[in-house]
Design a protein around this ligand. Structure first.
Ligand code: NIG
Ligand code: FE
Length: 405
């Protein structure tokens, strides 16, 4: 007996190896205990609908996809950086601004000064925008605190968002995001502080599900990244990496060496790094919002990712500096127009492969029996329309853990 049985829908199950989009026309989904108990063509239901479920629901001919997964965000922060946007349009580069004391550390100043309530309220408003577009799972990073207190506060706020809204939040500790002003000229001392003090505190408090670092000329070196990754391993936490966004710094290969869940950005990653990711099973996360907003020219190596079997995920990278993007559907459109992903690859990027990038591939990201009943309902004629329409939101209903909201 199912708690709920959804009828009168087309399903984009996003099961791999099946029909395009894993599509099932005139499908049915039975839900029990917050999980998918049965999925298939309505004609193959194992009995009469009314006898199978406590409640039979009409999806009104919607397309149903897995609940969307935004696997890379910096959603908790204070202030904004509209002034830097203007400076860049006037010719300054992201690096110029960072070296002049702007960039990430300017958001750090504002975030340190903000109260928990302020951080929670502004992040909740941003989260709502994403959830209205069908997001049921989101990753949120720290990295705008860069001191013990504020890093832990950011993670606590992220956890709190997941316990007060119908969304699954995965937290990532990103202490190695930038060098805070008080450590100027002493990056190794800062990395010691991150690896030996803040990361262990976050891990012991159960506040971090993974550990990330910004491995870049204006961020941290591969050797410093390794220090952080080793500390993560010592605390049993998986790693991921901001890799090869602005230069080929060997980030993709480093992520693969540490069996990272994902390596993200990747515009400058070379083929050997991508091949290593393919072997390690590391997901490649593309962030077209940052590419667009920073007016990048170097395209990520999408063909190499396809050739080496690297699962391609897609995310908003929502943050105040490089990607103030609050639409995962627009991220899909940008990935298709700028990176030439197919609409099906783009949808896989925010469902099946997004879940994989968070280590949740076994329980989320496709509509399959046994997985979480996280579903998004769309008033569209075909799933390809999700990547096509710019600025539209055809999401008509979201079900999370079996419950409609
Ligand atoms: O993913 N590159 C590092 N982190 C962010 C940018 C953060 C910021 O500029 O505030 C990113 O692009
Ligand atoms: Fe990022």
């Amino acid at each position: 007996m199912y708690d709920t049985l959804w009828l009168n829908a087309n399903l984009a199950t996003m099961r791999s190896g099946a029909a395009p989009y894993g599509a099932i026309h005139d499908g049915a989904i039975g839900i029990a205990g917050g999980k998918i108990a049965w999925v298939g063509a309505r004609a193959e239901l194992p009995g009469e609908a009314e006898k199978l479920a406590q409640e039979v629901c009409d999806a009104e001919r919607a397309w149903i996809t897995p609940g969307l997964v935004d696997c890379h965000t910096h959603l908790v922060y204070a202030g904004n950086r509209a002034n830097e946007f203007e400076m860049r349009l006037g010719g300054a580069t992201y690096e110029d601004i960072a070296r002049a004391g702007g960039g990430i550390v300017s958001t750090v100043r504002k975030t340190r000064d903000a109260s928990d309530i302020e951080l929670a309220t502004t992040a909740a408003a941003r989260l709502k925008r994403l959830m209205d577009e069908g997001v049921t799972t989101i990753e949120i990073k720290s990295g705008y605190g860069l001191d013990m207190d504020t890093e832990l506060r950011m993670l606590r706020v992220a956890r709190m968002l997941g316990s007060t809204a119908p969304v699954t939040v995965k937290t990532t500790f990103l202490g190695a995001h930038a060098l805070p002003e008080e450590y100027k000229g002493r990056p190794d001392a800062y990395i010691d502080f991150v690896a030996d003090e803040v990361l262990p505190a976050a891990a012991q408090a159960g506040l971090a599900d993974a550990v990330d670092a910004f491995c870049e000329v204006i961020g941290f070196t591969p050797a410093q990244t390794i220090r952080v990754f080793d500390a993560a391993g010592a605390h049993g936490l998986p790693v991921k990496l901001h890799a090869d966004q602005r230069s080929d710094f060997g980030g993709a290969a480093l992520a693969a060496r540490y069996k990272a869940l994902s390596a993200d950005h990747l515009e400058f990653a070379g083929e050997p790094g991508i091949a290593a990711m393919g072997k390690a099973g590391t997901v490649g996360v593309l962030l077209p919002g940052a590419f667009y907003f920073l007016r990048e020219k170097q395209l990520p190596p999408v063909d190499a990712m396809r050739r080496h079997g690297v699962p391609i995920a897609l995310a908003t990278d929502s943050n105040p500096g490089s990607s103030p993007l609050l639409s995962i559907l627009l991220a899909m459109n940008l990935a298709c127009t700028l990176f030439r992903l197919t609409p099906e690859e783009a949808l896989a990027g925010i469902t099946r492969n997004g879940a994989k990038a968070l280590g949740m591939g076994g329980t989320h990201g496709t509509i399959e029996a046994g997985k979480a009943a996280d579903l998004a309902f769309w008033q569209v004629g075909s799933p390809g329309e999700l990547a096509y329409a710019m600025g539209a939101n055809p999401c008509v209903k979201v079900v999370r853990a079996g419950e409609a909201s």
